[in-house]
Each structure stands twice: as structure tokens, then as C-alpha cells.
Design a binder for this molecule. Structure first.
Ligand SMILES: [Mg+2]
Length: 197
């Protein structure tokens, strides 16, 4: 059943790389990098779509909607714990083109919102600060700290008085079966949509 993502009283803008997916150099000598879901990332998404209207804010889909190929790729990297169809049900009605993700944040939407993202660009930070909205940004880099998404989850639950945040933080990851790509493959995947963050 597709996740229902609309008609929620608040909005969560959500990044993918380094926020939901851990990107690390592999240590098995294959000279690749692995990209796999952070601990409890699938559970976090299910919790988020239950309580927020989740909108993508990711280089995986600057237009706001995942294509089938990217959704399949995410399903694989989440070890099928979230289906491609469920990923595709998450949408952002706005898009960003010039590389500034803040272009796809709807500042006119009266709903409260938060932004879960590993890091933002200086221009984006300045814009948020000017609007006194910097507190809406939750720095969440799981490649540096795999527990970070769970900590953000706890903070969001506290801020909006929502149930079911994890009380115990885990570092256990749910690896996809063979999620090792060479760096050349990674570059092929990301070169057309390369962005610093
Ligand atoms: Mg990112």
C-alpha cells in the first residue's frame, strides 16, 4: 500500500544522500563506496510520513518526483524495506534547478516545516537566517555519525510532541545484499546531477 503523504499538519523536507543513506569508502579492498540505509532509516520514513507531509529535497529528484529507476535504486539500497512505489508516493510540488534547495521550499505554505539534511550551502543558510527559520534545519549526516538520523527523529518528536521516537539508539545497519559500487559507477550515477551536498 502506498504511503499517504498529504493532508498532514506539518511538512518535512527530506534529503537522501548522507541523510538517509550512508556513503562510506568500503574497507574490504574493493576500492568502492557503499551506499546503504542508515540505522532505522526505513522506520524513520514510515514515522515521518505518518506525521508529516514529506517532500523530497534531494539531488535524486530536483523536480520533486522520483523516476522509476531512482525509486528502484532506493528500494534496493533500503533492502526492500520501503518499496519503489512507496518512495514514488513521496513528492515535492516545488523543484530546484539552480542548485539551491531552498528554491523548492514553499515559504508561502502556512504549515510549519522542518528540513532534514546533512549540510546546507552558505547561501541557503543565509536565506534561512534572514527569514528567522534556521531552527527549521536539522543537520543530519549519517555518513559521519550513523546515529544522527535517530537523534534528529527524537528532536522532531520532542518539538512537535509526537510519539514513537526511538528510546534506544542503535548503530546496527541493514545492508543491502551487495551494495558495493565502484567509484566509476558512482560517478556515472551522480555526474549529471552533481552538487556539493
Ligand atoms: Mg545530502
Amino acid at each position: 500500500m502506498p504511503l499517504i503523504t498529504t493532508n498532514k499538519p506539518r511538512v518535512l523536507y527530506l534529503d537522501v544522500d548522507d541523510t538517509l543513506l550512508i556513503w562510506q569508502r568500503t574497507t574490504d579492498g574493493t576500492d568502492g563506496v557503499s551506499g546503504f540505509a542508515a540505522p532505522r532509516a526505513a522506520e524513520f520514513i514510515r514515522w515521518a510520513v505518518e506525521h508529516f507531509e514529506v517532500r523530497w529535497l534531494t539531488m535524486w529528484c530536483p523536480p520533486g518526483t522520483l523516476d522509476q529507476h531512482s525509486a528502484d535504486e532506493l528500494e534496493y539500497r533500503f533492502n526492500k524495506r520501503i518499496s519503489a512505489q512507496e518512495f514514488m508516493a513521496i513528492r515535492n510540488p516545488m523543484k530546484f534547478e539552480a542548485g539551491l534547495k531552498t528554491d523548492a521550499i514553499d515559504f508561502d505554505d502556512p504549515l510549519p516545516w522542518v528540513w532534514v539534511e546533512d549540510d546546507i550551502m552558505l547561501t541557503e543558510e543565509q536565506l534561512l537566517r534572514r527569514k528567522h527559520l534556521y531552527d527549521n534545519f536539522y543537520p543530519t549526516n549519517v555518513s559521519i555519525d550513523p546515529t544522527r538520523l535517530q537523534l534528529t527523529w527524537q528532536k522532531l518528536a520532542h518539538r512537535f510532541m509526537l510519539p514513537d521516537a526511538p528510546s534506544i539508539i542503535t548503530t546496527e545497519v541493514d545492508h543491502p545484499p551487495t551494495a558495493v559500487l565502484t567509484e566509476v559507477e558512482i560517478m556515472k550515477m551522480f555526474r549529471p546531477k552533481m552538487r556539493i551536498l
